[in-house]
Design a binder for this molecule. Structure first.
Ligand code: CTP
Length: 129
């Protein structure tokens, strides 16, 4: 069983999120998703997510292409999470291109092209104005 791991906030779930999870799942037998905690999101993006971590975990866990979810509580623990889940592949969007190459010593690191013209931030802005 080869495990693929990916990380993200997945707030205000949209088709860009779905597409990266579907593509990541195709790289192995199981897809495990680290959903970033509310606190991590505040420190990473400077705002609290619209949907809280328990709701985001439930939404991602309910997808057919996702086998397991866990809460990502620190950006510094990526290596630990990869090893703990026995990941063979780390899949990320290309907004992170090159940023995770250091983990090539323990798994294959793959960057997927982001789905154009959609993001959580853009959706929030569109609804707000
Ligand atoms: N992603 C993607 N295509 C998009 C948006 C996101 O492939 N259009 C991917 C990201 O590259 C990441 C994952 O989905 O691997 C989770 O991204 P996340 O940061 O939660 O979503 P964004 O929509 O980018 O959120 P924000 O606007 O808050 O940065």
């Amino acid at each position: 069983m080869s495990t693929v791991l990916t990380f993200g906030t997945f707030d205000v779930f949209h088709v860009g999120h779905l597409r990266i999870l579907e593509r990541a799942a195709e790289l192995g037998d199981r897809l495990v998703v680290g959903v970033s905690s509310d606190a991590l999101n505040v420190s990473k993006k400077g705002r609290a997510p619209v949907f809280c971590q328990d709701e985001r975990l439930r939404l991602v866990a309910a997808l057919r292409c996702v086998d397991e979810v866990f809460l990502e509580e620190s950006l510094e623990l990526k290596r630990h999470y990869l090893q703990h889940h026995g990941a063979k592949v780390l899949a990320m969007g290309d907004d992170w291109k090159g940023r995770f190459d250091e983990f090539n010593d323990i798994c294959r690191v793959v960057y997927f092209e982001r789905t154009p013209a959609i993001s959580t931030t853009a959706i929030i802005e569109k609804i707000r104005f």
